[in-house]
Design a binder for this molecule. Structure first.
Ligand code: UDX
Length: 432
């Protein structure tokens, strides 16, 4: 039987909403707080989820008696026994993580002085040492009774609810066993092993995990480049390399590079953290520059094929950083669209879910309701996101809508032979 707790979750973004909904599903009473009044209004009045995450709307609806949404920080913490911090920590101009939203939560706790609050748990990705600084700040204001836990999240967008409920591990960083036990109890019903460690190590696990995953992607993209020069096929290479149980098959998909809210930001934050302590993280530097180069290299190949990009019409198929999400954060498509426009090309794009972005470069790109319409009159099309719809497209027919049948598959989702048979000049990443 789950010991139900009163939990306040700060941040109604991808992490906070999933955490809140999943904790409610586990039987806890959850109040989610955000500073965005429109978000809170939607969640409160129409039960509308302001982001796209499969299953989240249903989970929130099923648990509505145990879920409250508020703008009021004091109201959120007043009766809470556990506070979860799920606010974003975007990079500052120096590359360090901006912790101002995290500190705003600490400030709200100090102001409200909640009597029942036992644990402050941080899910936001923070530099190592943040927990200790928060500890000191709490102690200095007489809040020694509030225990601290670093409880990083490892959920990926598109599968976040499953990832929360069936994690590879639940990392619980605390300085005492009682707090670790309390955070573990909160997860009763979640199917995954608990790794109870110290706070700085828990903070580092998150950064190290994301950096290692980013390294795998950069590595396979480097291999793809060598494959292009030598005639090997990166898909066959990755499949066989991944069969080695010591290496594993995951995160070996070559493409236009990683994007999203975590990998780019966390890799830079870890590099900044290392630099701040006088250590140049060389390997991570290389990973970051390989990833930055990847979309630019693809455009260079396309430019060579077309002779110039000036006044060329280019269709971008997919805008989000990966399929299954509406998230455009750090999407390779943004670099590609910017570069194309800077070269004087015309950009016509399609995406089934991407949030409509008003700012550059998207304000200068025409968005179309279907891949075929985006490809009409185009001199080339680039598959930027691996949307499953693209696999089922009648390519032989859409080819005739294009001015020139040049297709750059930036995610290696199409079959080279069929595309060539359909009449395309077909290019992809690391395949002959
Ligand atoms: C990631 C982590 O997986 C998750 O644990 C963490 O909590 C947040 O960051 P997410 O950003 O949602 O999750 O997406 P993920 O599926 O991991 O993909 C990240 C990026 O890497 C995407 O742009 C994806 O296209 C790219 N990628 C992934 C590759 O280019 N190749 C691969 O083999 C795998």
């Amino acid at each position: 039987m789950v010991q139900s707790k009163r939990v306040a979750v700060f941040g109604a973004g991808y992490i906070g909403l999933v955490t809140g909904a999943c904790l409610a599903e586990l039987g806890h009473d959850v109040t989610v707080r955000d500073i965005d009044s429109e978000k809170i209004r939607l969640l409160r009045t129409v039960g509308e989820v302001p982001i796209y995450e499969p299953g989240l709307g249903d989970l929130i609806a099923q648990n509505k008696e145990r879920l409250t949404f508020t703008l009021d920080a004091a109201e959120a913490v007043r009766d809470a026994e556990v506070v979860y911090v799920c606010v974003d920590t975007p990079p500052t101009s120096s590359g360090d993580a901006d912790l101002s939203r995290v500190w705003a939560v600490i400030h709200a706790i100090r102001e409200a002085n909640p009597q029942d609050l036992a644990v402050l748990a941080v899910k936001s990705t923070v530099p190592v040492g943040t927990g200790e600084r928060i500890r000191t700040a709490l102690d200095e204001t007489g809040l020694q009774r509030i225990r601290y836990a670093a409880n990083p999240e490892f959920t990926a967008e598109g599968t976040a609810i499953h990832d929360f409920m069936h994690p590879d591990r639940i990392v619980v960083g605390t300085s005492d066993e009682a707090t670790a036990r309390l955070v573990t109890e909160l997860h009763q019903g979640v199917h995954g092993p608990v790794e109870a460690i110290d706070i700085p190590s828990a903070e580092m696990v998150k950064l190290a995990s994301n950096a290692l995953l980013a390294t795998k992607i950069a590595f396979i993209n480097e291999i793809a480049t060598v494959c292009e020069a030598t005639g090997a096929d990166v898909q066959s290479v990755a499949a066989a390399v991944g069969m080695d149980h010591r290496l594993g098959p995951h995160f070996l998909r070559a493409g236009l590079g990683y994007g999203g809210s975590c990998f780019p930001k966390d890799a830079r934050a870890l590099r900044a953290m290392a630099s701040n302590s006088g250590y140049p993280f060389q390997l991570l530097n290389a990973v970051i520059s390989v990833n930055e180069l990847q979309p630019r290299r693809a455009l260079l190949r396309l430019k060579n094929e077309l002779g110039t990009l000036k006044r060329r019409k280019i269709a971008l198929l997919g805008m989000t950083f990966k399929a299954g999400t509406d998230d455009m954060r750090e999407a390779p498509s943004t670099i590609i669209a910017s570069r194309l426009l800077a070269e004087g090309a015309q950009v016509q794009c399609w995406d089934p879910l991407a949030r409509s972005a008003q700012e550059a470069p998207w304000n200068a790109a025409a968005r179309h309701p279907s891949p075929a319409e985006a490809m009409t009159g185009a001199d080339a099309a680039i598959v930027v996101t691996e949307w499953p719809q693209l696999k089922d497209l009648d390519w032989a027919t859409v080819r005739h809508l294009m001015s020139r049948p040049v297709l750059f598959d930036g995610r290696n989702v199409l079959d080279p032979q069929s595309m060539r048979a359909a009449g395309f000049t077909y290019m992809s990443i690391g395949r002959p």
